[in-house]
Ligand binder design. Structure first.
Ligand code: HEC
Length: 186
């Protein structure tokens, strides 16, 4: 009976496209809302990737300057952030640039300095990642790139406050994508 119930559940979740979220999607969702805040107000004359607060190679939480991943997630995952955008031009397939933004996992764990430096430097190739995003432009579903899992989240226009400079885009259009990449720490 239990098996039947489980089958029915998985068939219905598939049918409605509500497949349970993977761990990395849950982490991406958790850190995406604080990161989106960096793009919500124009108060300091910084644009694009320079709006993300950083500490050395790390991207910090715009709200409090602290790490975005929990210590537990930092130990488990290498997490790197990229930004896809087209400056103030309309964003679309074939018309975006991809830039490395920084490291999202802070925790050094038990690693030696050298191991830690190597771990921090480990990230997907920008060319390969750009091709993957290009092929799946606009998709928010997890994608695979070698040992990395890639999850994109749009940064949307909030209307007039954004379109006065992003003149080719309409209200709610994606002005950029935060691209989260995750790999299990070895
Ligand atoms: C005063 C003009 C101005 C306003 C207002 C503005 N932006 Fe921008 N934005 C820019 C410029 C210039 C860039 C390109 C920065 C660069 O050189 O990478 C940019 C880049 C971006 C990017 C990254 C894309 C990329 O290619 O780097 C995003 C995302 C973005 N803006 C979101 C927003 C949002 C959301 C708003 C509204 C809340 C907004 N912007 C309002 C001028 C503006």
């Amino acid at each position: 009976m239990k098996a039947v119930a489980l089958t029915v559940l998985s068939v219905s979740t598939l049918a409605f496209g509500l497949a349970p979220k993977s761990d990395v999607e849950k982490i991406a969702d958790r850190i995406d809302s604080p990161l989106q805040k960096a793009f919500e107000n124009i108060w300091d004359g910084k644009f694009g990737v320079s709006r993300l607060p950083r500490k050395g190679p790390h991207i910090a939480n715009p709200a409090n300057g602290k790490g975005l991943l929990s210590a537990e997630d930092s130990i488990q995952w290498r997490a790197r952030l990229f930004l896809a955008g087209n400056k103030t031009k309309k964003l679309g397939k074939g018309s975006f640039e991809l830039r490395y933004a920084g490291n999202l996992s802070y925790d050094k764990g038990q690693k030696s300095e050298e191991e830690y430096r190597k771990a921090v430097a480990d990230r997907p190739s920008e060319d390969a990642l750009k091709k993957l995003i290009e092929r799946n432009f606009g998709s928010e579903k997890p994608m695979k790139l070698d040992e990395w899992t890639v999850v994109s989240r749009p940064i949307r226009s909030l209307g007039e406050a954004c379109t006065k400079c992003h003149t080719e885009s309409g209200d709610k259009d994606a002005l950029g994508y935060l691209i989260y990449t995750f790999k299990k720490q070895s």
